[in-house]
Design a protein around this ligand. Structure first.
Ligand code: 6CS
Ligand code: FE
Length: 299
């Protein structure tokens, strides 16, 4: 007799009829204290408390120039522009993001494997890791739209099927992040509560959500409460700086109406022990270039 595949328990219900805030049921730092890795004990403590860690200079100016040139090459390539992995800005019709850059570009594949990057992810997640998602965000000036408040994990749980909060993102600035050109904002400590959102996931939601996310965004009341509890931190920094942040931080970024692009490369590492299963709140998984179904560890 065949038995139905074991359905993974849903610890973080979302996209039902009502919005609800519940406590996080997972560690933030999964490795044992003193586990080897690039981060010191104090940095891990800060990450555990705040849900993020700002790195003043991850890449040298020379390295930034290499990755900037690669970003410019990808953005200028007509084959990339017509690829489904390129997301176009609704207003300007410029490229907003390109997904799966670690597969499209050997240069970005090298960045993912760089010990200054992957070893930090392994140390925080306490295991081998694979890339759940990678993207370059171009965020050109003159009106590039931002990303409304959200928890990445809420989407990756609902639509990609990540069971637990055992993923970490790194956003590496390839242009200067001023306090004016649409920088990343995070609510410090917000990663410790899960905001289950109200409202079902529409079919093929990613076709809209990667331009302007609706499903999985908090109500004004919830945002007011979270901002009141945690405050809002804006991340600025030179090109080559980086921000590590937990998958469940409440974060967003504003529009960029300045002439200065805010381009970054964004890599999401997931623990190989937290591989995607069936989506918890969507009819079918998103395409693999957005939520990987290849769990091969980064080597
Ligand atoms: O839906 C996603 O997976 C993407 N959307 C945003 C706004 N942040 C996380 C991720 O890149
Ligand atoms: Fe996000």
């Amino acid at each position: 007799m065949t038995t139905a595949p074991e359905r993974t328990a849903d610890l973080y219900p979302t996209r039902g009829t009502v919005e609800a805030i519940t406590p996080r049921q997972d560690p933030v730092v999964w490795s044992e204290p003193g586990a080897p890795g690039p981060l010191g004990a104090g940095e891990l403590t800060d990450f555990d408390r705040d849900g993020f860690l700002a790195v003043e200079q991850l890449l040298t100016d020379e390295e930034v120039a290499v990755y900037r040139a690669e970003l410019d090459r990808l953005v200028a390539d007509p084959a990339v522009r017509s690829d489904e992995r390129a997301i176009i800005e609704p207003k300007s019709q410029e490229i907003r993001s390109v997904f799966e850059v670690h597969k499209l570009s050997e240069t970005f594949a090298g960045l993912v494997r760089d010990p200054r990057v992957v070893d930090v992810a392994r140390q925080i997640l306490g295991s081998d890791v694979y890339v759940h998602q990678s993207r370059i965000n171009v965020k050109p000036g003159f009106g590039a739209s931002g990303f409304y408040w959200h928890s990445d994990f809420e989407t990756w749980h609902a639509e990609d099927g990540l069971p637990r909060m055992r993923a970490v993102s790194v956003s590496i600035a390839l242009t200067r992040n001023h306090d004016t050109n649409g920088g990343l904002m995070i609510m410090p400590g917000s990663h410790r509560t899960f905001l289950g959102c109200a409202g079902e996931t529409p079919k093929d939601n990613y076709k809209q959500s990667l331009r302007m996310q609706e499903a999985g965004t908090p109500s004004n009341e919830a945002l007011t409460r979270l901002a009141g509890d945690h405050g809002i931190r804006l991340f600025t920094g030179r090109a080559g700086s980086a921000t590590w942040f937990d998958c469940n931080c409440m974060h967003g970024s504003g529009d960029n109406i300045t002439p200065y692009p805010r381009s970054n490369v964004f890599v999401v590492f997931n623990s190989v022990d937290n591989a995607a299963v069936e989506p918890f709140a969507a009819p079918v998984p998103r395409p693999g270039f957005i939520g990987a179904r290849d769990f091969t560890p980064v080597r």
